[in-house]
Design a protein around this ligand. Structure first.
Ligand SMILES: NC(=O)c1ccc[n+]([C@@H]2O[C@H](COP(=O)([O-])OP(=O)(O)OC[C@H]3O[C@@H](n4cnc5c(N)ncnc54)[C@H](O)[C@@H]3O)[C@@H](O)[C@H]2O)c1
Length: 252
């Protein structure tokens, strides 16, 4: 695949899992990578890995649930690199407790919606302001299979991911004529800290879930990164408002 020398990408939640894999992949494809996370130890390690392969990156602590922090992130990308080509709204969390809707906590609801849904809205709003001025741009939202299909005992996560898919489609409708593409990736179960913490909470799920996946394995973060590289590239230029499902066949 052709390398995209000199373009700038912001990745939220870049310190771990899918965000980390995308950060490394975009650096390998010669993007300027603006890394952000609330976990500074992790994000600095990713920055160092990128420096070690002679990639270009900067980092900033950004809590995506805080509008001013997301604004600082977009401003920093533009003041450092001059433009924002790709915005990847990846940061996401699960609830502390998996429970049926009536027993799910208000705290879990508020936290999950603030990060997964409102955080993506902030990222889209601020990126779109800049991309409209530039006259081009590409937004990739990391949703989930849980944004397309029912998932039990996970009402806040389900609500937030269905919202990400809806926001992706609605904004894509608005901004197509402005030369801005907006798509979502919907991963199935993929190795990451998020998945590991779910298995820690319910260890019996690990083997049982695997058996339900036609590929009989979990996804790798690098496989999600490959799709993000393609979505950001000139190999997907007629595509907007869509969801790409990467789930080893689980949704079938
Ligand atoms: N791993 C999976 O199986 C899977 C499946 C479907 C969707 N997803 C989605 O992929 C995305 C990445 O998840 P992951 O699996 O890599 O998890 P992860 O826990 O490995 O990484 C998430 C990162 O987001 C950061 N983060 C958490 N809250 C934040 C906040 N308020 N502001 C900024 N950063 C914050 C964390 O510090 C962490 O570095 C999430 O949106 C998740 O919902 C993951």
């Amino acid at each position: 695949m052709k390398k995209m020398n000199g373009k700038t990408v912001i990745i939220t939640g870049a310190g771990s899992g899918l965000g980390k894999a995308m950060a490394i992949a975009f650096a390998q494809n010669e993007y300027n990578v603006v890394l952000s996370d609330i976990n500074m130890d992790n994000v600095i390690k990713v920055h160092e890995e990128i420096q070690a392969i002679n990639g270009k990156s900067i980092y900033l602590r950004t809590d995506v649930s805080k509008f001013e922090e997301v604004k600082d992130l977009v401003d920093k990308a533009i003041s450092t690199y001059g433009a924002l080509d790709v915005m990847i709204n990846n940061a996401g969390i699960g609830p502390k407790n998996l429970a049926p809707t009536a027993k799910s906590t208000l705290e879990d609801w508020d936290n999950v919606i603030a990060v997964n849904q409102t955080g993506v809205f902030y990222g889209m709003k601020l990126a779109l302001l800049q991309m409209t001025i530039q006259g081009y741009g590409n937004i990739i939202n990391i949703a989930s299979l849980a944004g397309l299909k029912a998932s039990g005992n996970n009402i806040s996560y389900s609500a937030s991911k269905f919202a990400v898919v809806g926001m992706t489609k609605s904004a894509a409708l608005e901004y197509g004529k402005k030369n801005i593409r907006i798509n979502a990736i919907c991963p199935g179960y993929t190795h990451s800290a998020l998945l590991d913490s779910m298995f820690k909470f319910k260890p019996e799920l690990e083997e049982g879930l695997k058996k339900m996946i036609p590929f009989q394995r979990y996804g790798e973060a690098s496989e999600i990164a490959d799709a993000a590289i393609w979505l950001a590239s000139e190999h997907s230029t007629f595509m907007t408002g869509q969801t790409i499902v990467l789930d080893g066949g689980l949704s079938l």
